[in-house]
Design a binder for this molecule. Structure first.
Ligand code: SF4
Length: 96
């Protein structure tokens, strides 16, 4: 039996676990997949992921492998409030 072609693999929509395995993917969470993509984007340099300033990239909020929009985090608005109250300004002042 021959391996399925890319066209055959891509014809399964949405992709299933079986077709993903046949394409060579290991099972992982969406956050793990995002992290892998960020590593690919940054030539496998984790420090570059942290320093990424491409804030318009859809993956940017997730690049630390932490989901920022969980219901628990959304209910606890202290992090957002801290930033709005001068997190960025405070960082600039601390660096000066
Ligand atoms: S968030 Fe940054 S590192 Fe991750 S894919 Fe986007 S641009 Fe690349």
């Amino acid at each position: 039996m021959t391996a399925p072609s890319r066209t055959e693999l891509a014809s399964t929509w949405p992709p299933t676990a079986a077709v993903a395995k046949a394409a060579g993917h290991e099972q992982m969470s969406p956050l793990q997949a995002i992290r892998r993509k960020c590593l690919d984007c940054c030539c496998n340099q984790p420090s570059e992921i942290r320093a990424c300033e491409s804030v318009n990239c859809p993956l940017w909020p997730f690049r630390a492998s932490v989901h920022p929009y969980t219901s628990a985090r959304m209910k606890n608005g202290s992090q957002e409030q801290d930033f709005e109250e001068g997190g960025a300004d405070n960082d600039e002042r601390a660096a000066a």
